[in-house]
Design a protein around this ligand. Structure first.
Ligand SMILES: [Fe+2]
Ligand SMILES: [Fe+2]
Length: 295
């Protein structure tokens, strides 16, 4: 057996744990509270906060797109009851992610971030224009590509110090989201393999995923910073910490290369431990919330 420690939560998992052996995609309803979220909740820095705020803005509509893309093929995997159930559970988790992230939008509006102007452009281009003109197979491959990306980001969030430099409510949201991205990381990929296992389609999906995510992520970040920055000082970290140095860029690059290898399967060594530790953290958090409510 192997023991690991995370934020005071001790978790024991079977030795040799690596890629999750069993598909388990539970629906959780955390109800995060962002009432006291500060304006600059990440390292007290406008740039770092805006980069993650821009990612928030992509999630809910993006996740509804993932659900549509995968659900379209539900009937094509009908002989595999486990995969049909996984598609349903995947939709449940992604739907809840969108719901929780949209609760951040309300706070961002209050803080003066131009949420609706950005969403109008993003939705209009990505979904009303591009999605409607794309074949279903490419939509599915794009979803599988983004899911690989979100699972990779999830590992980065759980393995680095990024979350410890955030407001606790936001860190909790992202820790929970990271857990569920790792839990359901193989669903869209498995449907894609079942429907069309072509490496060319997988690669096209990853390229399309990059084209849909990065320009809007970067553009959104610059737009949010431009709206809120009042002086050059706003672009500096007030805590002296540099969140950009915590991002393992090499690992992110390797994830792209790995995805394009013919024998790729979702999952990485250590995922079982990440899942077990983060599930234990979540149970402890929910228990504390219940106790606080009852008091
Ligand atoms: Fe998600
Ligand atoms: Fe996901």
């Amino acid at each position: 057996m192997e023991t690991s420690q995370d934020a005071g939560v001790e978790t024991t998992v079977a030795a040799g744990a690596g890629v999750p052996q069993e598909r388990k995609i539970p629906l959780r309803t955390p109800n995060f509270n962002f009432d006291s979220l500060p304006d600059r909740w990440f390292a007290d820095n406008l740039v770092a906060t805006s980069i993650v705020n821009a990612l928030h803005l992509l999630f809910p509509d993006g996740e509804r797109f993932f659900i549509r893309s995968v659900n379209h093929y539900k009937g094509s995997v009908g002989d595999d009851a486990e995969l049909v159930k996984a598609i349903r559970d995947f939709a449940g988790q992604e739907g809840r992610h969108g719901y929780e992230h949209e609760r951040v939008f309300a706070k961002m509006r209050e803080q003066g971030y131009p949420v609706d102007a950005f969403l109008k452009v993003f939705k209009g281009f990505a979904f009303d224009f591009i999605e409607k003109r794309s074949p279903h197979a490419l939509r599915l491959a794009t979803t599988a590509g983004v899911e690989h990306f979100t699972a990779t980001l999830g590992r980065v969030a759980l393995d680095t110090d990024l979350l410890t430099n955030m407001d606790p409510a936001m860190a909790d949201l992202l820790r929970w989201h990271a857990l569920e991205e790792i839990e359901h990381q193989d669903v869209a990929f498995d449907v894609l393999q079942r429907v069309n296992p072509s490496l060319a389609l997988r690669g096209a999906g990853l390229a399309f995923a990059g084209l849909m995510v990065f320009p809007f992520w970067l553009g959104g970040s610059v737009y949010l910073i431009g709206t809120k920055a009042r002086s050059i000082d706003d672009l500096r970290s007030r805590t002296g910490k540099n969140p950009y140095k915590m991002i393992p860029w090499r690992k992110l690059g390797k994830a792209v290369v790995d995805y394009l290898k013919p024998g790729f399967t979702p999952g990485e060594a250590g995922d079982d431990i990440r899942i077990a530790k983060t599930r234990a953290w979540y149970m402890k958090r929910q228990e504390a919330a219940r106790t606080a409510k009852a008091a």
